[in-house]
Design a protein. Structure first.
Length: 598
């Protein structure tokens, strides 16, 4: 039975029977009986770089070296496609079923129409999809010319131990008796084993993976009409004007990072497998990569090479050298999604920006999403005001120096670091309701930064425009390769294929509360604005209350799904500016005073 299992004890397979329409036998011609067995390579799939015990196939078991053994389950029934030819006639027969009698052997029957010359008859066979098994790869159909279409699923269930495996038998003649044939099944393609770990304080689901290679494809066609079956790969699933050549697949049932109690973990997840086939005769010259992706980055599409302005695909595993992939072998990629190896672990998790005209009800919540303490040294909050071409820059190294008149800070909490999984709140208000709620919430430290129309800072400055969190400096020029933004809200960067330049879109924001939900995304720093990460609610629903934590969604929050123009009070309005327009930079130095530089 063609499935993948990670331990023999965990395999509890059910008998699989094809639909009655497919199992109906031909009523004319000669019935041929075929004996089938697995070849040695399919019985033992050897891993080039095994990372501990794993297995691929039912019953799949792994020895201490990581070698994978593959076997059928007695009693299983597997649908088949049978291509027949006598040199004059040819066609593909459906309805045959492989009946497994032992872990290595099985048999099936097929009916040959009278017009065929049995003395010259040859057959080729491909295994179809098993019922109730949705992982792996399989033959979806085979035309009359022997072209077997092979496809992989849209979604992998990482919790399942069952995988389809694409097996085929090349053209074989009948035995001397003219009424039987012996064939040997061979595995097509390779297995890519994937596992991941992270130091995130909050558990995050892996939404998809992307496989980048110059030779591997997840879909294609195998032509069985010749003695040497020819593999014809299909187009990559991501091919943006030939710029990105990558296959991607959704993943359900696997996550990385800590649990709800913020007890971070760096243990690898259980491995899961995807199938891919290398183009025959093509030498790989590129180091293959496997990317781990969140929901928002998955829906945004391609894995851009020019990712210095976008951190969508920063978590990947790259082979040490180009690999010449061999059919039947398994290759492991272990992805370390560690925030320690990226541009930082602080992200903006809540953002409320009201108009100064009705009061200073503005705040920004910043969360340490790692499982280690983070110093605020070298972190900056920056606000861009395109209408005045000004940047407002706030150094976060010591929160006490940003506090207005020593108000509202929480005693005995550090002002120079954020503990693992905890949150700080930069508020431009002394609101009688909001401040007490913050102090009673999960917020680690509260800072009343002040601010008004005449005295702006990074919290109030650039009213309703983009906010940026930076590390190692405050530069946010997207045309600068040293751009050091690690998290931002309200700015989207796109790459123009025609001009090969990055375009910066600043979005005008209405009086609403925005938050990142723990459930929706790999909660990591981003350089590109990802609307799928955020949820929002209007001013009336917010009621000036500080939520004060790395938020879960509630019934008042709605997904931020687009930028439809609906008035400045409700939606984002797209305004096209670039950071080259900046003429003035306003800093808040340690002494609390402001100065202006050009």
């Amino acid at each position: 039975m063609t499935v993948v299992c990670f331990s023999a004890a965990s395999c509890q397979e059910q008998d699989i029977y094809p639909d009655s329409a497919q199992s109906a036998a031909h009523k004319e011609g000669v019935t041929i009986t075929a004996d089938a067995e697995l070849d040695a390579n399919s019985q033992k799939i050897i891993s080039h770089a095994a990372q501990g015990a794993a297995a691929t196939r039912a019953t799949l078991s792994a020895d201490r070296s990581g070698n994978i053994t593959y076997s059928w389950e007695a009693g299983a029934e597997i649908p088949l496609f049978v291509y027949i030819t006598d040199g004059t006639h040819h066609e593909t027969l459906t309805g045959s079923v492989l009946k497994v009698v032992s872990e290595k052997r099985g048999h099936f029957q097929f009916n040959v129409p009278d017009k065929y010359n049995l003395d010259n008859l040859k057959i080729a066979v491909a295994i179809g999809k098993e019922n109730h098994v949705d992982n792996g790869a399989w033959i979806t159909k085979m035309d009359t010319e022997g072209n077997a279409k092979i496809a992989t699923p849209a979604v992998i269930d990482a919790t399942s131990h069952k995988y389809n495996i694409p097996l085929y038998a090349s053209l074989s003649p009948l035995n001397k008796d003219g009424k039987s044939v012996s064939i040997t099944f061979t595995m097509l393609g390779s297995w890519i084993g994937i596992r991941a770990k992270s130091d995130m304080a909050y558990q995050s689901n892996i939404h998809s993976i992307a496989l980048e290679s110059d030779v591997l494809h997840m879909d294609g066609t195998l032509n069985l009409s010749t003695a040497r079956p020819a593999w014809i790969p299909r187009n990559y699933r991501i091919d943006l004007e030939h710029k990105e050549k990558t296959d991607t697949i959704r993943v359900n049932g696997t996550s990385i990072g800590g649990s709800g109690d913020r007890a971070g973990t760096t243990r690898y997840s259980k491995p899961f497998y995807v199938w891919a086939k290398a183009t025959s005769g093509q030498e790989s010259r590129q180091k293959a990569r496997v990317y781990v992706r969140g929901k928002a980055v998955s829906t945004m599409g391609a894995t851009f090479k020019e990712d210095k302005f976008s951190m969508r695909d920063k978590f990947f595993s790259e082979a040490k050298c180009p690999i010449q992939f061999i059919d039947g072998d398994t290759y492991y990629f272990s992805v370390d999604a560690s925030l320690a190896d990226t541009d930082g672990g602080l992200i903006m998790t809540e953002y409320y920006h009201n108009t100064i005209a009705i009061g200073e009800y503005n705040w920004i919540e910043i969360t340490n999403v790692t499982n280690r303490d983070i110093s605020l040294e070298d972190y900056y909050l920056v606000s861009y005001h395109p209408e005045t071409a000004s940047l407002y820059v706030m150094a976060l190294a010591d929160l006490a120096k940003l506090n207005r008149k020593n108000r509202d800070m929480i005693p005995d909490h550090s002002t120079t670091m954020v503990p693992a999984g905890r949150t700080i709140c930069l508020a431009a208000s002394g609101h009688a309701i909001g401040i007490p709620k913050v102090k009673k919430s999960n917020v680690y430290q509260l800072v009343s930064t002040g601010g008004s129309a005449a005295y702006m800072n990074a919290v109030t400055g650039g009213v309703r425009y983009a906010k940026f969190l930076c590390k190692g400096g405050w530069n946010i020029d997207f045309n600068d390769p040293k751009c050091n933004i690690v998290d931002n809200f309200g700015c989207r960067v796109t790459y123009d294929l025609a001009t090969k330049k990055y375009l910066t879109f600043i979005y005008y924001q209405g009086p609403v509360v925005f938050l990142r939900s723990k459930e929706d995304e790999l909660n990591v720093p981003q350089k590109n604005f990802l609307p799928e990460v955020w949820n929002w609610r209007g001013l009336n629903a917010a009621g000036f209350s500080y939520l004060g934590s790395f938020n879960d969604k509630d019934d008042k929050m709605g997904p931020l799904t687009g930028y439809a123009p609906g008035g400045k009070e409700h939606y984002f309005i797209k305004l096209l500016w670039t950071m080259n327009d900046v003429r003035y930079t306003k800093f808040q130095p340690e002494d609390g005073d402001w100065h202006t530089g050009k």
